[in-house]
Design a protein around this ligand. Structure first.
Ligand SMILES: NC(=O)c1ccc[n+]([C@@H]2O[C@H](COP(=O)([O-])OP(=O)(O)OC[C@H]3O[C@@H](n4cnc5c(N)ncnc54)[C@H](O)[C@@H]3O)[C@@H](O)[C@H]2O)c1
Length: 420
């Protein structure tokens, strides 16, 4: 059957947009990727990804070489548009929608009747409606679905992304997705687009519900991690082993406590709950407290390390891991980074930093005279204190029994003995 989508434009070619563009192109669609970052566009047009993600390079090479995927810096006409630009938060934790607004206004100029627009950026409830208004402001000649629900010229929907870095190419295809239309017809057309590459079930709803669902998913994770973190703070006070306690509690058939850690990082779980809190501050005390508990963890780890540092004359600390989660190179909002930055700034110890997933340390710490990037063996050999910050697979082989005279601070429970 001939598809109604011959050409699809993906606006914003980052962690979400690029795998989506390459996957669509691999299904025979002509994909025009749009990104304001010229360097990223050039890299993509050479058939390479500008960040590391398993299997993405293969997909890029095969689609760019046959002309199915190409990247540009200005929007061009297409049958459908997927928008995956950043939605960070402002200083007051409200969502910064300026990237979405700029993208909407820029692509409005190339729209034509029959087009489908889908916003994928994680957004506060009501953003898709704002998105419609930005387009309407630029294109008063077009009938938009929020104003003309029965006979719009273009359809607009919201479809959040929930893929996991490290498994993006697989999960893009296999995960279920929530497709929220401004009208039911918008949702149905968006569903037809995702059917080109998604094997998971596509669940249709309204745009505001789809916006809420994405935020709720991440807030759910945040609150549950905060519970584990709060219990770890409690255990610290009473000198109890949190890992043993959780493992025993989880033997209850209806209890499943998550793992505590040095804090919550990344650009999703640490950010998205704020979009709910900012929308209804009085109605979300639990979400705010969870955020505060998780945000307090890096400071508590920092204090714990400093207490140990004071025991040594010329202390050396091996800091194992910088990424915000295991086995990725992403340092955004990383609690491990935050802890190492605080220790480097204090300058009371030599820090030997091991991050196997990056080639060079970020400037915020590499410029410090107290910081040295090195490999795992060297850090373990020299350190007085071994501070484990991320559960990278490379650290699993470390046997603490070989380093009995060192102080171990394991913030992720990797080296804890399992309960018998
Ligand atoms: N990365 C994830 O794991 C993940 C998961 C789920 C949802 N999300 C959400 O998806 C959205 C995108 O996230 P990401 O991680 O891909 O971000 P990213 O920073 O990796 O990529 C965004 C890209 O958009 C480009 N851009 C910015 N403004 C633009 C504009 N006006 N026109 C064209 N391009 C523009 C940037 O140059 C960048 O390449 C965010 O809302 C994020 O919260 C991300």
């Amino acid at each position: 059957m001939k598809s109604e989508f011959k050409t699809v434009s993906v606006v914003g070619l980052g962690y979400i947009g690029l795998p989506t563009a390459a996957t669509l192109a691999s299904r025979g669609i002509d994909v025009i990727g749009v990104d304001v970052n010229r360097a990223a566009v050039d890299t993509i047009n050479r058939g390479e990804a500008h960040f590391s993600e398993p299997d993405l390079d293969i997909l890029m090479k095969s689609t760019v070489s046959v002309g199915k995927l190409r990247a540009v810096t200005e929007p061009e006409p297409a049958d459908a548009f997927l928008i995956a630009v950043p939605t960070p938060f402002n200083k007051d934790h409200s969502a910064d929608l300026s990237y979405v607004e700029k993208a909407a206004r820029a692509l409005a100029g190339v729209l034509k009747p029959g087009n489908l627009l889908i916003l994928e950026s994680t957004s506060p409830v009501g953003t898709t409606e704002k998105f419609c208004n930005w387009i309407a402001g630029e294109r008063p000649d077009l009938k938009l679905p929020h104003q003309y629900p029965d006979n719009p010229d273009i359809n607009i929907a919201y479809c959040p992304e929930r893929i996991l870095p490290g498994r993006m190419v697989f999960e893009l295809v296999e995960n279920d997705r929530i497709v929220g239309g401004i009208t039911p017809a918008c949702a149905r057309q968006a569903k037809r687009l995702y059917e080109i590459f998604v094997r998971g079930t596509l669940h249709l709803t309204g745009a505001p519900t789809a916006e809420l669902v994405k935020l709720m998913e991440n807030a759910y994770r945040d609150v549950n991690i905060a519970f584990a973190n709060e219990m770890s703070i409690f255990c610290e006070k009473f000198d109890l082993n949190i890992w043993e306690a959780i493992s025993l509690a989880n033997k209850h058939p209806r209890v499943d406590i998550l793992s505590p850690g040095p804090g919550v990082g990344g650009h999703c779980i640490a950010v998205d709950p704020w979009f709910l809190i900012a929308g209804a501050p009085k109605e979300t005390p639990l979400l705010r407290t969870a955020r505060e508990v998780n945000d307090s963890k890096p400071h508590l780890v920092y204090k714990k390390v400093r207490k140990q540092i004071k025991r040594f004359r010329k202390p050396v600390v091996a800091c194992l891991g910088l990424a915000y989660k295991p086995d990725v190179d992403d340092l955004r909002e990383s609690p491990a980074m935050q802890i190492v930055e605080m220790l480097a700034k204090k300058g009371e110890a030599r820090l030997m930093v091991v991050e196997p997933n990056i080639d060079k340390l970020p400037e915020s710490i590499s410029k410090s005279p107290h910081v040295e990037g090195c490999d795992l063996d060297r850090a373990l050999e020299k350190a007085d204190i071994i501070l484990l910050l991320v559960r990278h697979k490379q650290f699993a082989s470390v046997d603490p029994r070989k380093y009995l005279e060192r102080v171990f601070i394991d913030t992720v429970g990797l080296w804890q003995r399992p309960v018998q």
